[in-house]
Write a protein that binds this ligand. Structure first.
Ligand SMILES: Nc1ncnc2c1ncn2[C@@H]1O[C@H](COP(=O)(O)OP(=O)(O)OP(=O)(O)O)[C@@H](O)[C@H]1O
Length: 808
């Protein structure tokens, strides 16, 4: 701790010194232009000790040392471009003081390069006036270097060298320079095709040259089926079907194309079809559909800072910027035509070998998986194709083949095949997408990209609770980080609080520094990240209290949900003096839910279910994650209350059924490949990848800004270990297990504290307190020495009546 403080203090002092020295140099350099001529004679032949005297005759505002420094750095070294040293010193200082977040090495390289280039340029430009003036604009360095280069390659050669280096410097700063240069040569050149840049093609992997058209594949060189098209638009291309079995020497497609060379049609705006008619059922058509990448904002990497609430407590808060995230621009081509054609051929062959003919096949290439949409020929039964899942997988020698028969809403059958070279879906591309930036969702959670390259966002406020499951190492933690990250990029600290439960202690510790901005905790807790099981129970009970309080406030305000309530509060229709307050959303994230259930059982499950059943309207949402998708952890009650499910790859079909109520998750390929289910049909999504250093940078960015004085305080709960007597039982705060415990005792007709303790795996004191409440409610009789209490409530109906009375 002490060393950390020391380190920070030293950095700050060093930074301050850098800035002060920079300002001093600025003064000296600037003064040099006016006083340099006068000071030159003194500096050129100083008497020993003369400069140390008070009356040394130096006129530079920065004194004798300033004059010497300027003389040396400007005249003897780099000329006017010595100002870059000042810039770098100030930048360095600011960074050390942590006032601004500069990338030092970039500034160092940039300043150095510019200084040298400008020095040579000025040295060359003002070479003629070198002897006449006290000021050498390019300095001795610039003069000597330019003279030497001139002597070697002549003045025109030097000019060319300077121009080329200028362009190289420009490219170093921004790749847009290339476009500027291109335009200089060819002013009519259209705007750069972004998608083509994003998906470079490799001639080696594509039979036809695809450099200037995104996806024009001509399987036969004799074919002239090409077309030009607008960029950023979807492309559907029909490719050669497999070679006819009858004649496997002549590709049917080539023949067809020669016969009908002008079959290229523009089917609809932005869609180009290169159509060949299927001659017979033996020659199905094959199309590849490349859905365009989600449009990104033109001037990306800016801040997503937008006002959400006119009464922000932290009005100077800045949202994290996108440059904190990696972009993972991998160079693998977007579409490998060889692979696509090979897969298509094998699919058709396998189906044909089982006597199934198809009339067309279309491919949608996603980041990690390609969907082949097959239209079966007349009279083929879907079930037959479904049963061939394993045979198709075997013939493609690929894991993770999934058959969707039929694709909902379409009369086709889908076969999902993993790509040989999967692409990473970077979090930055998702957050920078127009869809995310323009989203109107209350709690937008950007999960990744679908098989059609659409950015996939869900509204957690509508979900309203999410269950995330998958075997270990398949991308669960990355998925949870992606969820948190997308919320951090959209919600202001005043609008959102996280309650993080991390039994593993290491996964979420990374978020501890943003405690005062985004985390909620119990008043007596040291850390906002909850790692201890008892604290989890307390926190969940506290959230139940918060939920009840919020419902009371909503009732008082006459609102049905948090959105209406907050809108009223913002419009000053609710008086804070009556207890009203702006309600931030609360997102509870519980990692390793399985472990918690194993240790604390019902004590955890019940408040979770209570929150899941009721908390949606008051803005409390739960996300629970487990790597053990078994029925004793994901119980029926949990499933009923967590309608949004995310399944990463699991080990068995049983596990998949436990999470999604259907198979499928066992066929995923891992590394963030997931199925998202909300409603009827699961969607296959490639989860966005956000790495730990990226999260660290975001957290660092937020934590260096002003936060609230403390974390968001959850209501206090009575400690489980505190004793209690029947006299001070608070019937307004019934234990969350109260009703369940009453049912248990009625069922057993035995008022035993240890029975409650055992069945709900809770401490004796808490069980005792529940028993006291049951006594006050008239459900059990008074303590009867060592014997069990008498149960006064006969059946469920009786209990329901008493519960009603209690609630009123
Ligand atoms: N969306 C993704 N894109 C690419 N790679 C991913 C993605 N998600 C995960 N991975 C890869 O898989 C590895 C394991 O991911 P992660 O740590 O999220 O697994 P996990 O399911 O949380 O494992 P555990 O349960 O052991 O914590 C990561 O280190 C990364 O290399």
């Amino acid at each position: 701790m002490l060393t950390a403080i020391k380190g920070e203090t030293i950095h700050f002092i060093l930074g301050l010194l850098c800035v002060i020295f920079g300002v001093y140099m600025l003064l000296a350099f600037s003064s040099f232009f006016f006083t340099g001529g006068n000071d030159q004679s003194i500096l050129a032949h100083p008497d020993p000790g003369e400069l140390l005297e008070t009356q040394n005759g130096i006129q530079n505002y920065a004194g004798a040392r300033g004059a010497q420094l300027s003389q040396f750095l400007i005249n003897d070294c780099f000329g006017i471009s010595a100002y870059f040293i000042v810039v770098f010193l100030i930048v360095c200082g600011m960074r050390l003081m942590k006032a601004y977040r500069f990338t030092i090495w970039k500034w160092f390289v940039s300043c150095s390069i510019l200084m040298v280039w400008l020095s040579v340029t000025l040295g060359f430009a003002f070479g003629g006036t070198f002897q006449d003036s006290f000021l050498y604009p390019g300095g001795l360095h610039g003069y000597n270097v330019s003279q030497w280069i001139c002597s070697q390659i002549g003045a025109p050669g030097l000019i060319l060298v300077l121009l080329v280096t200028l362009v190289l410097i420009g490219i170093f700063f921004t790749r847009e320079t290339m476009q500027v240069v291109r335009k200089a040569f060819h002013p009519a050149l259209p705007k750069r095709n972004k998608r083509k840049e994003a998906f470079p093609t490799e001639a080696a992997q594509q039979p036809a040259d695809t450099e200037n058209t995104a996806l024009h594949y001509t399987p036969d060189n004799t074919s002239d089926a090409t077309g030009t098209k607008e960029d950023e638009q979807p492309v559907e291309i029909e490719l050669d079907p497999i070679e006819s079995q009858a004649d496997n020497t002549t590709p049917a497609y080539a023949t067809e194309m020669r016969k009908q060379p002008d079959e290229t049609v523009i089917a609809e705006a932005g869609t180009i079809h290169q159509k060949t008619q299927a001659k017979t059922t033996e020659e199905p058509t094959f199309e590849i559909e490349e859905t365009p990448e989600e449009e990104e904002q033109e001037d990306e990497r800016g801040s997503l800072d937008q006002p959400y609430n006119p009464r922000l407590d932290l009005e100077h808060y800045h949202f994290p910027t996108l440059d904190l995230l990696n972009s993972y621009n991998d160079n693998t081509p977007a579409i490998d035509m060889q692979e696509q054609n090979a897969n298509k051929d094998r699919i058709i062959q396998v189906l044909r070998s089982f006597g199934i003919e198809i009339s067309s096949i279309k491919a949608s290439v996603g980041p990690t998986v390609t969907l082949y949409e097959i239209t079966p020929a007349e009279g083929v039964r879907i079930n037959r194709i479904r049963n061939l899942e394993d045979d198709i997988a075997l013939s493609l020698s690929a894991l993770g083949i999934r058959i969707i028969a039929p694709i909902p809403g379409k009369g086709t059958i889908g076969i999902e095949v993993p790509n040989a070279n999967p692409r990473i879906v970077s979090m930055s591309s998702i957050l920078n997408s127009k869809k995310f930036q323009d989203t109107t969702f209350e709690l937008p959670v950007a999960l990744g990209k679908t098989i059609t390259n659409d950015v996939f966002i869900v509204d957690l406020a509508k979900a309203p609770h999410m269950l995330v499951a998958g075997a270990t190492g398949q991308g669960k933690s990355v998925g949870l980080n992606a969820i948190v990250t997308s919320l951090l990029y959209k919600k202001h600290p005043s609008e959102l609080k996280f309650v993080i439960v991390d039994p593993k202690k290491v996964e979420f510790a990374i978020y501890a520094p943003i405690e005062k901005h985004y985390l909620a905790k119990l008043p007596d807790s040291d850390s906002a990240i909850i790692t201890d099981v008892t604290k989890v129970v307390q926190t969940l009970n506290s959230l139940c209290i918060e939920m009840d309080t919020r419902y009371d406030l909503l009732q008082k305000a006459g609102c049905r949900n948090i959105k209406e309530y907050n809108a009223k509060f913002i419009n000053r229709q609710l008086n804070p003096e009556n207890g009203h307050r702006f309600m931030p959303y609360i997102v509870i994230i519980i990692d390793e839910f399985g472990d918690l259930i194993m240790t604390a059982g019902k004590e955890i499950e019940l408040p979770i279910c209570r929150i899941a059943q009721l908390a949606r309207a008051v803005g409390i949402h739960a996300i629970i994650a487990t790597q053990r998708p078994t029925t004793n952890i994901i119980t029926g009650t949990i499933k009923a209350n967590f309608p949004a499910r995310v399944a990463f790859r699991v080990a068995s079909m049983m596990d998949s059924r436990t999470i999604l109520d259907r198979p499928g998750a066992q066929q995923l390929i891992g590394k963030g490949d997931m199925l998202y289910l909300q409603g009827n049909d699961p969607v296959r999504v490639q989860c966005a990848f956000v790495d730990t250093p990226e999260v660290e940078r975001i957290v660092d960015f937020i934590s260096h800004q002003q936060g609230y004085p403390t974390a968001f305080m959850l209501p206090e709960v009575e400690d489980d270990t505190e004793g209690g007597s029947s006299a001070d039982v608070d019937m307004n705060r019934l234990d969350p297990l109260f009703e369940e415990a009453a049912r248990l005792l009625i069922y057993h007709q035995q008022g035993s504290t240890s029975l409650i303790q055992r069945k709900f795996s809770i401490g004796y004191n808490r069980a005792g307190r529940i028993m006291d409440q049951l006594e006050r409610a008239g459900i059990v009789g008074p303590a009867n020495g060592s014997k069990a209490r008498e149960v006064l409530c006969m059946d469920e109906n009786d209990l329901a009546m008493r519960m009603n009375n209690l609630k009123n």
